[in-house]
Design a protein around this ligand. Structure first.
Ligand code: AMP
Ligand code: MN
Ligand code: MN
Ligand code: MN
Length: 276
C-alpha cells in the first residue's frame, strides 16, 4: 500500500490546485492520500471529493506552524475532521499574522534592492491569507534575481538572511489540542530539519508526547537512509507511530514526488494502523 500523508496545493504554498494534486497522486500510484496545506483547511473538501472520484482513500490533513523554544516546528494533523470548528478557529488565528509579516519581508527585500516583493508574492499566492515565503521566492526567480527557489532561500529568505522576518507561530500545546479536538493525530513533520541538540531533541519529544502528540514522520523526501533509522529510534523511544510523506509542493521545484518514497520500516507502527 502506497501511503503519502504530506503534500501541498495552491491553497497554501504549492502550485497545483487540490484536484490536480489528487490526480497526480493517483497517477503516481498513491493508494492512501492526505493533502496537508500549511495552516489552512479550505482545500480539504475539494481534495476529498477528487480522491473519492479517483478511487484514493482520503485522509483529512493540515500542517500547522508552531514555535517551540527558538525553532519553527511543523506539526501535521492527520485523520482530522476538517469541518471541526475548534481547528478552524485555531488556524484562523495562526494565519492572522502572515500578511503583516509578508509586508515586512517586502520592506526588508527593498533594502537589498528587490522591489515590489509584497505585491509580487501576493499575486502568486492562490490564497491571499496564506502568503508564504515560497511565493516571495517564486517572484524573485521571475524577476531574474536568482535561478531557483532554493537559491532565493539561501540568499534572502532563510534565517539570518536579509529578507528573513522572525515569527511567533502557534504554541505546541494549542496546535496539538486543535488537532485532537478535530479527532486527528498530531505528527511531527520532517524531524531532521530542526536544529536541535541531543538534549533539545529529547526535551521536545518528551513535551510533544506529554501534550498528546502521537506520531513522527519517519519517512519523508528530505530524509537520508540514516535519518530514517534515527527517527525510527525516536518513534520507539517516545512511543510514537510513524508516518510517511513526500512534502510535494510543485512539479518544478524539488525532487519530492508524490508516493515516491522508501517504505516505513517494519519496526515502526504506522500512524494509519488504526484507521482502516
Ligand atoms: P513560511 O511558512 O512562510 O515560513 O514558509 C515555509 C515554507 O518555505 C516551507 O513549508 C517550505 O515549503 C519552504 N522552504 C523553507 N525552507 C526552504 C528552503 N531552504 N528551500 C526551499 N523551500 C524552503
Ligand atoms: Mn511549504
Ligand atoms: Mn513543513
Ligand atoms: Mn509540508
Amino acid at each position: 500500500m502506497n501511503v503519502d500523508l504530506h503534500c501541498h496545493s495552491s491553497v497554501s504554498d504549492g502550485t497545483l490546485a487540490p484536484q490536480t494534486v489528487a490526480r497526480r497522486a493517483a497517477d503516481h500510484g498513491v493508494d492512501v492520500w492526505a493533502l496537508t496545506d500549511h495552516d489552512e483547511i479550505s482545500g480539504q473538501a475539494a481534495a476529498h471529493e477528487a480522491a473519492n472520484s479517483l478511487g484514493l482513500t482520503y485522509v483529512g490533513g493540515v500542517e500547522i506552524s508552531v514555535t517551540w523554544a527558538h525553532e519553527t516546528v511543523h506539526i501535521l494533523g492527520l485523520h482530522i475532521d476538517y469541518r471541526n470548528q475548534v481547528l478552524h478557529e485555531g488556524l484562523v488565528q495562526t494565519r492572522r499574522c502572515r500578511t503583516d509579516r509578508a509586508r515586512a519581508i517586502g520592506r526588508e527585500l527593498e533594502t537589498v534592492g528587490i522591489k515590489g516583493g509584497f505585491e509580487g508574492a501576493l499575486a502568486l499566492a492562490g490564497n491571499p491569507d496564506m502568503i508564504a515565503r515560497p511565493h516571495f521566492a517564486r517572484y524573485i526567480v521571475e524577476q531574474g534575481v536568482c535561478q531557483s527557489v532554493p537559491e532565493v532561500f539561501t540568499r534572502y529568505l532563510a534565517r539570518d538572511k536579509p529578507g528573513y522576518v522572525p515569527m511567533r507561530w502557534a504554541h505546541l500545546g494549542d496546535a496539538i489540542g486543535w488537532i485532537r479536538a478535530a479527532g486527528g493525530v498530531a505528527v511531527v513533520a520532517h524531524p531532521a530539519r530542526y536544529k536541535f541538540t541531543e538534549l533539545e531533541h529529547d526535551a521536545f519529544f518528551d513535551e510533544f508526547r506529554a501534550l498528546g502528540g502521537g506520531g513522527i514522520e519517519v519517512v519523508c523526501s528530505s530524509h537520508t537512509a540514516q535519518e530514517i533509522v534515527r527517527y525510527s529510534e525516536t518513534a520507539r523511544k517516545f512511543g510514537l507511530k510513524g508516518s510517511r510523506g513526500s512534502d510535494f509542493h510543485s512539479p518544478e521545484e524539488s525532487n519530492a514526488e508524490l508516493g515516491r518514497l522508501p517504505p516505513l520500516p517494519d519496526a515502526v507502527t504506522p500512524v494509519w494502523s488504526d484507521w482502516f
